[in-house]
Write a protein that binds this ligand. Structure first.
Ligand code: FAD
Length: 368
């Protein structure tokens, strides 16, 4: 018998979409190929406090750290500190976060089957594709695959540990992207993504050779993690027939950072509601209309800003960061939304900094 709604993937986006569809009255089954929801975890876990509040309400059982400062290193290694005294960002334990979402999905009536790989023979009236970056379902049904680049992370025990600081390292350490360190209660998760070589090799080089990072004094490598970061923005078509793509599978991660937990879940809510509506005869395209109306402009601006960042030369970035610091722009970044970055991007585009952006943009347009 065909299920009303079949959700493929028990990550946050699939779980949220499934919950919303079930709460709207649909009969929902979710299949997850791993034995347990939330594991293995491949995420740094940095999210906005506001986004976390929207997804889990006031529930704080998933918190690892509260971030008070972001330290950004220029390509030459100059440090710029951005204080976020209002704790705009937090680090979450993804395993606990995903399991909490699973509990809520089950309470809403979703039937969850772990250790179950999606098979084309599974029947459904509507399919919600929440497979992340694996892209097997997308290929099977002939949907576009999200643009992603490979990433590597290490959990490190360090001597000089700051439990409320996130660091970003720009320049050649992770060509075309950046490296990060995120505090996780008692250890650091350090990682980077790049499409210009093996991230594992770039990460080893970063940990061994970066002079600013060296001040942390690594004691031990606890584990290594690998994954893919989605950077291309939402697919051209996130709905095809009776299939809707959500989360990373739909490209709903921030093109600037690859962070996809908050926007993935918020857009997946819209998909769940639209899927339940489609069972009652409405069009599934309602999902596309809604996410574009709520988030379309921000995704477009983030995509453009990311394209400029990926094409900017180190010396242009160095000058732009120096200038942003001199005019106090870096420090003011904290007043902006961490998830919907369209506002801050528009602000930068109107500032003197834009001249550093125009050159790389033109270059990227002409060089393809
Ligand atoms: C290195 C790295 C660091 C990151 N750091 C951050 C961060 O700090 N903050 C942030 O917001 N985002 C971060 N992200 C992105 C974030 O992890 C993703 O955006 C988020 O996990 C997407 O959720 P999802 O539910 O769409 O997909 P996923 O979390 O990937 O879940 C997809 C699920 O589908 C299952 N699945 C796949 N195929 C099938 C199948 N055929 N049948 C059954 N099950 C299947 C998988 O096993 C998986 O459990 C990071 C990503 C990486 C790679």
């Amino acid at each position: 018998m065909a299920r009303e709604i079949l959700v493929v993937g028990g990550g946050p986006s699939g779980l949220v979409a499934a919950t919303e569809a079930a709460l709207a009255g649909a009969e929902v089954t979710l299949v997850e190929e791993d034995k347990e929801v939330g594991s293995p975890d491949h995420c740094a876990g940095l999210v906005s406090s506001e986004g976390l509040q929207k997804i889990l309400g006031g529930y704080e059982g998933v918190l690892l750290s509260r971030i008070k400062r972001v330290r950004v290193f220029s390509p030459k290694g100059n440090a710029y500190n951005i204080n976020t005294s209002d704790e705009k960002a937090v680090v979450i334990d993804r395993e606990k976060f995903d399991r909490e979402l699973m509990k809520r999905a089950e309470a809403a009536g979703v039937e969850i089957s772990t250790g179950t790989l999606y098979k084309p023979s599974m029947g459904f009236k509507v399919l919600i594709n929440a497979e992340g970056t694996k892209s097997r379902v997308a290929r099977y049904i002939g949907m576009e695959v999200p643009r992603s680049i490979p990433a590597a992370q290490m959990d490190l025990e360090v001597k000089n540990f700051e439990d409320d600081v996130v660091e970003i390292y720009t320049g050649g350490w992770a060509p075309g992207f950046f490296a990060w360190t995120v505090p996780r209660k008692d250890h650091l998760r350090v990682g980077l993504a790049t499409s210009m070589g093996l991230p594992k090799e770039f990460l080893s080089r970063f940990v061994e050779k970066n002079e600013n990072f060296a001040s942390k004094c690594v004691i031990k490598v606890l584990r290594e993690l690998y994954g893919k970061v989605v950077i291309g923005g939402p697919l051209k078509s996130t709905v095809k027939g009776n299939v809707v793509a959500v989360g990373d599978a739909g490209g709903f991660a921030k093109p600037t950072t690859g962070g996809g937990v908050v926007l993935g879940c918020l857009t997946a809510k819209l998909a769940g509601i639209a899927a339940a509506g489609a069972i009652k005869g409405a069009t599934l395209l309602e999902f596309e209309r809604k996410w574009k109306a709520h988030y379309g402009k921000d995704f477009e601006r983030m995509r453009l800003a990311a394209r400029i960042f990926r094409n900017i030369k180190d010396e242009e970035l160095e000058r732009a960061m120096d200038e942003a610091h001199r005019f106090g722009l870096l420090e003011r970044l904290t007043v902006y939304d961490m998830d919907l970055q369209g506002g801050v991007i528009a602000r930068v585009a109107r500032s003197r900094l834009a001249r550093y952006a125009v050159l790389p943009l033109l270059r990227s347009l002409f060089e393809g």
